[in-house]
Design a protein around this ligand. Structure first.
Ligand SMILES: NC(=O)c1ccc[n+]([C@@H]2O[C@H](COP(=O)([O-])OP(=O)(O)OC[C@H]3O[C@@H](n4cnc5c(N)ncnc54)[C@H](OP(=O)(O)O)[C@@H]3O)[C@@H](O)[C@H]2O)c1
Length: 266
């Protein structure tokens, strides 16, 4: 991983068909996605690894991230399941290994030393967390020797990044990575987003990516097929103006798409 967190990553949740997954990953890497996001939970690490391997891009130019399943967060299970993830991905190490959710078997005093151990073994370059509120993030930082380089959380106009989380991350060198930036498609239909898209004669997907990029928030988004993969990537080239920002910031409805057992949100 480069020192700057890549501005866009391909999310692979729901890419269940191995051929499609492999092809989407290969297409995305060659199109310029600098980051590929998978997880033990998605059951597709093997196809993700093959897609990266096939892409005509040097491996060191791609940030590969996976996440330890919330049920695998006891110390020994972190070690064993990470080794299995590396086998499935066909790599000796990943760039970033996340705690997927602070739920189920998550116990900071047990889980996080295992992440340090995995990093000491050279199986991951960096440690990240996902779905952590600021208190959990601060607690984890106390326990871990490794710096936490990313907190991957749900963000889109229906669940905008909070100033408190963004400033905490900025002050602690944590990348606030947005997942589901299109709200799994629901945000594409918001009137405010459609209006900005029509004004620029570009797709709503581009507008949603641009809105987060404008706030210096890196994204992981799922896109399938060359058209969606290239369209979404081009969101990084769109510059929003004050009127666009005000319009999207004016979305008042709040909706959180992903919740696991009433897990915290900040
Ligand atoms: N850490 C966590 O707990 C967590 C939770 C959820 C998600 N994630 C990560 O975040 C990634 C992205 O989130 P997500 O998969 O929930 O949803 P998302 O990226 O918000 O939206 C994906 C949906 O948008 C469609 N889409 C993509 N590009 C488009 C375009 N240019 N025009 C129109 N539609 C487009 C996709 O359809 P097609 O597939 O047909 O292109 C798909 O239906 C996941 O894949 C996963 O890696 C992490």
């Amino acid at each position: 991983m480069t020192t700057e967190f890549p501005p866009i990553g391909l999310g692979t949740s729901g890419m269940d068909d191995p051929d499609d997954c492999r092809e989407n990953v290969e297409t995305a890497v060659e199109a310029g996605y600098g980051h590929i996001d998978t997880a033990q939970m998605y059951g597709n690490e093997a196809s993700v690894g093959e897609g990266i391997e096939r892409a005509d891009v040097p491996r060191e130019d791609v940030t590969l991230a996976t996440k330890v399943h919330p049920e695998n967060l006891a110390y020994d299970d972190v070690i064993e399941s990470t080794e299995a993830s590396l086998d499935a991905l066909g790599v000796e190490s990943v760039d970033l290994l996340y705690v997927h959710w602070p739920t189920d078997a998550y116990d900071p005093g047990d889980t996080l030393p295992a992440f340090d151990e995995v990093r000491d073994r050279g199986w991951t370059d960096h440690v990240g967390v996902s779905n952590f509120d600021r208190d959990l993030l601060a607690d984890a930082q106390e326990v871990l020797d490794a710096p936490i380089v990313a907190n991957q959380i749900e963000m889109h106009p229906l669940l905008p990044p909070t100033g408190a989380m963004l400033s905490y991350c900025a002050n602690h060198d944590v990348a606030p990575v947005a997942y589901s930036p299109l709200c799994r498609g629901d945000a594409l239909e918001l009137d405010e987003v459609v209006a900005v898209a029509e004004k620029h004669d570009l797709s709503p997907a581009r507008v949603l990516i641009a809105w987060l990029a404008d706030q210096s928030v890196p994204v992981v988004t799922k896109a399938s097929g060359t058209d969606h993969i290239e369209d979404t990537l081009a969101g990084l080239d769109l510059e929003l103006d004050d009127e666009d920002r005000a319009r999207i910031d004016g979305v008042e409805r709040r909706y959180r798409r992903f919740d696991r057992d009433g897990s915290p949100w900040n």
